[in-house]
Design a protein around this ligand. Sequence first.
Ligand code: MN
Ligand code: MN
Length: 296
Amino acid sequence: MKAEPFYVDGSTKMFGGFNRDFSGSEFVLIGVPFDGTSSYRPGSRFAPNAIREASSNIETWSWRTGIDLEEVKIHDLGDLAVVHGDASETIRRVGETVEDIVSAKKLPIVVGGEHLISLGVSKAIKDVTIISFDAHFDLREEYLSNKLSHACVMRRISEQGGQGKIIFCGVRATYRDEVNFVKEKRIPYLSALDVLRNDVHQTSSWLRKNLEGARRVYISIDADVLDPAYAPGIGNPEPEGISPTHLLDLLNNVIDDRVVGFDLVEVSPPYDNGNTAALASKIIFEVSSMIKRARG
Ligand code: MN
Ligand code: MN
């Protein structure tokens, strides 16, 4: 793998208490400890290791899928050597590394870090419809005079050629210009209130309908989509979020064999009491089990 020099020291990383050989794995997990543009509560650079630690201390059975994590073959590649202060170089490295994972016919699990790193993933995974679970649209033209900010990540992805549409789910923190932009561009979205007030089956069928015609699907999970009561340790807490059960039931109803990878971003351990890291590792367990089930 040509991206190997980008990885950190040789210390062994492990997700879920197991580490498969790269060659025998279905999924390859990579940590991206970058929080260079975090504007409110930085600290997501510590999330990959906090989530790994939590993952070794929760049980492995998935009730939704009937799969034990032990059967899900995940190789933990370790953490990318990010460049603090250089977002575009970090994005480039994420892209190259994910490209290597994909060309080895593995599914990437990218653990942030802040949301900007998804821009790097999208350089490596083209022609996908993206579902963004996030309290925010992240569609700003720029934020704090910076176009390469976590608050602009979906705007930058949408400007890249060769991508399918982006579907937003769980949005609740925005402002007028962004709402006008979304309506004008006819970007499909469900607000957090839509998710909270409707039946999960209605919401799932709305999502499935919007995925009709998609050849490949990528899932981006910004942990702030969850209510801060469940996920206190995040960069930008926003009240009235959805619950972990909403999120996982929706994913369980929507994930099929078109899903080619996912990321989980914005957990900020300095603000956590441990619950957010445990929940993040649970989400990674469940989503990888769902993808495994879908792929047979
Ligand atoms: Mn985000
Ligand atoms: Mn967000």
